[in-house]
Write a protein that binds this ligand. Sequence first.
Ligand code: ZN
Length: 352
Amino acid sequence: MNYGYNNWRSGGSRSRRRRRQRMIKTIILSLIVALIIAGSAVFLFTLKRMGERAKDRETATESASDTLAPESAPEDTASGVLREGFITRKFTEKDLHRGELILVRADVPYVFPEETDLTDLYTGRKKYEDGSRAYQISSTDIELDSFVLSKLNELTEVFYETTGERGLLVKSAYRSYESQKEIFDYRVERDGEEEALKYVAKPGESEHHTAMAFDMSVYKDGVNTYIQDEEDYLWVYENAHKYGFILRYPENKADITGISYEAWHFRYVGVPHAYYMYTEGLVLEEYLELLSEKHAYDGIHLNIDCDDGNKYEIYYVPASDDGSADIILPAGYEYTVSGNNTDGFIVTVLLS
Ligand SMILES: [Zn+2]
């Protein structure tokens, strides 16, 4: 470079100067072309980004149509999650009769859905390498709600792996209206209606319709016996809540549930609710009453610290006369909304 510089400054031949001028022109032209290309690229990129943003806005508008944010923040909530951002979703009368916390009993019949997501226990159970199963079933056509079955499998697998006992037997789970009618008619014929009603619900009034309840028994050495909260099987009663199950009809609560003690009937209600009911000694009726009376949306929400380390915030939202409700939900949190099958909804927020 030193060489060229010196030659140019010292006035070399004309042709050499022209060559240099051409070279400079070429460099300048190249620079201009490069600038044009770079400018176009930036322009195109900006256009693309604008297009994407417009698309995002469209999506936001779409989801906003069913999430009508109220004009002002829900200042009156006593709890934290809703202060950080919220959405409002409409729940209908149909939703009032769905969810893990619905109450089903003689005075609150089940509202049958058009479809239920059922899985049969025969194919839905885990098969261990040695061919064994964590629990037995009394027939191949027993079905449960698919998610509830996954929780039953978890419970029974841990039980089996902890105790080595494989005698648990699921006798009955989901029942259609017709199958409940058969069972009820049989018991009435055998024991009389008054005696039958102590243990068997009328068709349409059984928790078994929900596909979230099942009856457990013990099958050992070829003998089928009632399950009791003793010996190895005590584990089931002490741990069922960790998987979202409650013993639905305890001994000392028959006056509230309306059903005599059933050591065999378990019901899925969800982990935080089962944990709270178990530790506080509440049945579903008492728990739902507590939520609607003490933990409404605009009151003090119920905070539950489960023994698995998860924290939940729970609140009740009453339904209007037509069974629907506009429910305020925290944005950015996992939550479930369950009807109670009577007069309102329970929101369960997973905090951490
Ligand atoms: Zn039962």
